[in-house]
Design a protein around this ligand. Structure first.
Ligand code: XIL
Length: 329
């Protein structure tokens, strides 16, 4: 195969990219089989304070583009502390209204939805962020169950609402939880990745069995020089343990800092890309990889040169990392 899209399809997974309306064209749809709106489906772009939708034009453009080019769409994202816009601080009832409206706006044109994004705190604490209502953090009442039925938990409640809408409307959309620094079982330098373990606890509670609320887990995969964000050798083992619960796993926002090659693991960026792609390929239920943009210069972290192309404005050149990914697929 000569494109990432075709190579991935042959290998049985999708390969996509994040983009806005200005970036989707014939090049994009030939190279990528999946599209994640980088900003245009976030609540600050499309949510009213009462949970209704507004200004969905850009999101519609992206979904329609994907539709006419037989590409998958990942909806990104509904419940997130950042870019929450008018939903910042909304109560569960408003969140539920919004979740229903967002799901029904695009229906099956969105194959995967990030219902909850970045629920976990930093500093490898294994705890939740506190922006949305929940009473639990790592078995606060000491009964051994992290997520008791009587506890307030916006994650459970948001997925419960989303699943209800999916079922009542016969949708096939899969409902995902997405986070970063959850990629490895351990962190660079050794030690448990407690943020990954906390995500695992959530998926263990809500992502198992035929009545599962959570269908899929996104590892953002912004690999950089933070010790918790280094590509560790146990990436595949971590993907596997989630897959073993029955959920799909996707690498949803992949970029790999170029300067990783000079320090932490002593390999070039292309080799790092190979390693990450291989880890996903080796797990049957790792069903897709999405890079967070096309070209370095247009990336949210441009100075890190973490993507597969140089150039800009549709005039793109393939990097060594591109060739490595194509070969590996
Ligand atoms: C980023 C976008 O790339 C930027 O354009 C925007 O200014 C901020 O958000 N985790 C996520 C993504 O889930 O939505 C973020 O995207 C990057 C980190």
């Amino acid at each position: 195969a000569t494109t990432l899209r075709a190579a991935a399809a042959q290998a049985g997974l999708f390969f996509g990219a994040a983009a806005g309306p200005g970036r989707v064209n014939a090049f994009f749809s030939s190279e990528f089989g999946q599209l994640t709106p980088e900003n245009d489906m976030k609540p600050d772009a499309i949510a009213n304070a009462n949970g209704t939708l507004r200004n969905t034009g850009n999101a519609d453009t992206l979904v329609n583009f994907a539709q006419s080019n037989n590409m998958l769409v990942r909806g990104h994202t509904m419940v997130w502390y950042s870019q929450a816009g008018q939903l910042q601080g909304a109560n569960q009832s408003t969140l539920n209204t919004y979740i229903g409206n967002a799901l029904l706006r695009w229906g099956n044109k969105v194959a995967y939805w990030d219902v909850v994004n970045e629920a976990l705190a930093d500093n490898n604490a294994g705890t939740r962020r506190s922006q949305w209502p929940h009473t639990l953090d790592r078995d606060a009442n000491g009964d051994g169950d992290y997520f008791d039925a009587t506890d307030t938990d916006y994650i459970r409640d948001s997925f419960t609402r989303a699943k209800q809408v999916v079922q009542q409307n016969g949708l096939s959309t899969k409902l995902c939880i997405n986070d970063y620094d959850v990629e490895g079982l351990t962190v660079q330098g050794g030690g448990r990745n407690r943020k990954a373990d906390a995500l695992y606890d959530i998926v263990r509670a809500y992502g198992q069995g035929s009545n599962r609320l959570i269908d899929c887990v996104g590892f953002q995969s912004h690999f950089n020089d933070n010790p918790n964000s280094i590509i560790t050798d146990d990436l595949q083992a971590n993907i596997q343990r989630f897959a073993d619960l029955g959920v799909e796993v996707q690498l949803t926002e992949l970029d790999i800092d170029d300067d990783l090659s000079n320090n932490d693991i002593g390999q070039g960026q292309a080799e790092n890309y190979r390693k990450v792609v291989r880890a996903c390929l080796n797990v049957t239920r790792c069903t897709g990889i999405t890079v967070w943009g096309i070209a370095d210069s247009e990336s949210w972290r441009a100075s890190e040169r973490g993507l597969l192309f140089t150039g800009s404005n549709g005039n793109y050149q393939k990097k060594a990392a591109y060739t490595a990914v194509l070969e590996e697929l």
